[in-house]
Design a protein around this ligand. Structure first.
Ligand code: ZN
Length: 332
C-alpha cells in the first residue's frame, strides 16, 4: 500500500481506495462526496453505494461497475482479493478488506460504532494493518446516544407547539438516521422535507427503510404556514437560516451534527438548538476499534491524527500518520 497524490494506492492490484482524482480503477467505501468522486474508469463498491453514486451522477455511462454485497469476494488480479465489511456509517458504507500474500489490510473509510437503525452495524475484521480516520479523535468527543438528542427535540416540540422546528441535516445518512430514530421514539406526525433530501430518502426506501409519512415542503401552498407549526421540517444545514426558512412562522433553527458538541460551531450556524448527532466514531470508539481489530499497525488517514497516534502508541500499538488531504470534515 502506498500514499499517492490521488489517494491510498494498492500497488499489486493497481487500484486506489476513495481517490480524490479520477483514476482507472477505484474502490469506493461509501457515497459521501469526499470519498466518492466522479470520473473513474472502473468502480468497486457495494450495490447501495453504486446506487447512491448513480443518484448523484458520480458514475458515467462508460464506467465499469462491480457491485459487491458485504462478504462477497472478488479477485482483483496479481493475487489480491477484495471484499467489503459493513462500516456502520451510512447506507452501503463499507470497510475495504484487501488480502495479499497471507496478510490482510482493512481500510475502514468513515465508520461509527453507535447504533444506527438506517444502516448495517460495523463489523470488526481482524487484520494486520487497520487504516482509520480520526475526525473526532480528541478525548472531548464522546457522542451521546442518539435517543437522548432526539428526546430533546421531542420535548421542545411539546413545550413550543407554535414553533416550526427546522432541523439542518446532511442529505445522505444524517437525514434518514434522524427520521428513523424519531419514528422509533414514537413520533407519528409527517416530516416535511426540503427538495434536496428527496432523492436519497427515496433511495433508502427502495432498500427497505420505512420513514412513515413525509411531505415535500414545496407541496404545501405558501399561504398555509400554519401547517408547519409544531412540526419537524428537515433541510440541509445551510438552509436553516437562509431565505428558504423565511416561509415558516416563528421557526426554531436546529442543527444535527457531531460538531454540535462544540458550542462555537453551533453559534456559527446560528442554531437555537443543537443536537449532537455524529456518523463517525468518537474518541473511545476509535481506540476500542483499533484495539479490537488486533492490528499490529494502525495507519491514520485524516482528522485529529496526532492525538490518536499518541493514544495508540501509549497502548503499545504502532500508529503512523498518512497525512492524507482532500477529506471534507463538514460532510459528516
Ligand atoms: Zn462519510
Amino acid at each position: 500500500m502506498q500514499v499517492r497524490p490521488e489517494g491510498l494506492y494498492c500497488a499489486p492490484a493497481d487500484i486506489y481506495i476513495d481517490p480524490h482524482h479520477p483514476v482507472d480503477r477505484a474502490i469506493i467505501t461509501h457515497g459521501h462526496a469526499d470519498h466518492a468522486r466522479s470520473g473513474h474508469g472502473e468502480v468497486f463498491a457495494t450495490p447501495e453505494t453504486l446506487a447512491i453514486m448513480r443518484t448523484r451522477y458520480y458514475l458515467k455511462d462508460e464506467t465499469a461497475e462491480t457491485g459487491l454485497p458485504y462478504g462477497q469476494r472478488v479477485d482483483l488480479g496479481n493475487g489480491v482479493t477484495l471484499w467489503f465489511a459493513s462500516a456502520g456509517h451510512i447506507l452501503g458504507s463499507a470497510q475495504a478488506v484487501l488480502e495479499y500474500d497471507g496478510s490482510r489490510v482493512v481500510a475502514a473509510g468513515d465508520y461509527k460504532r453507535h447504533p444506527d437503525p438506517s444502516c448495517v452495524s460495523f463489523e470488526v475484521v481482524p487484520c494486520d494493518v487497520f487504516i482509520t480516520e480520526a475526525t473526532f479523535a480528541l478525548p472531548v468527543f464522546q457522542h451521546p446516544p442518539l435517543e437522548i438528542e432526539v428526546e430533546k427535540l421531542l420535548r421542545s416540540l411539546k413545550t413550543l407547539p407554535h414553533r416550526t422546528h427546522i432541523v439542518g441535516v446532511y442529505a445522505l445518512g444524517k437525514c434518514q438516521r434522524v427520521m428513523k430514530t424519531l419514528r422509533l421514539a414514537g413520533y407519528e406526525e409527517p416530516f416535511y422535507l426540503h427538495g434536496a433530501l428527496k432523492k436519497l430518502t427515496q433511495l433508502y426506501e427502495s432498500y427497505g427503510q420505512d420513514f412513515g409519512e413525509w411531505i415535500m415542503v414545496s407541496d404545501i401552498p405558501r399561504a398555509d404556514k400554519h401547517v408547519f407549526q409544531g412540526k419537524i421540517v428537515l433541510c440541509p444545514p445551510a438552509q436553516i437560516n437562509d431565505r428558504w426558512s423565511r416561509r415558516f412562522e416563528d421557526p426554531l433553527p436546529t442543527v444535527a451534527s457531531g460538531w454540535m458538541q462544540i458550542r462555537a460551531r453551533a453559534r456559527q450556524k446560528r442554531a437555537e438548538m443543537a443536537l449532537v448527532v455524529s456518523d463517525h466514531a468518537d474518541w473511545g470508539d476509535l481506540i476500542r476499534t483499533c484495539e479490537e481489530t488486533g492490528a499490529k499497525d494502525i495507519w491514520i488517514t485524516h482528522g485529529r491524527v496526532e492525538a490518536l497516534q499518541y493514544a495508540l502508541k501509549k497502548r503499545g500499538i504502532n500508529a503512523k500518520a498518512l497525512n492524507m488531504i482532500g477529506r471534507d470534515e463538514s460532510v459528516e
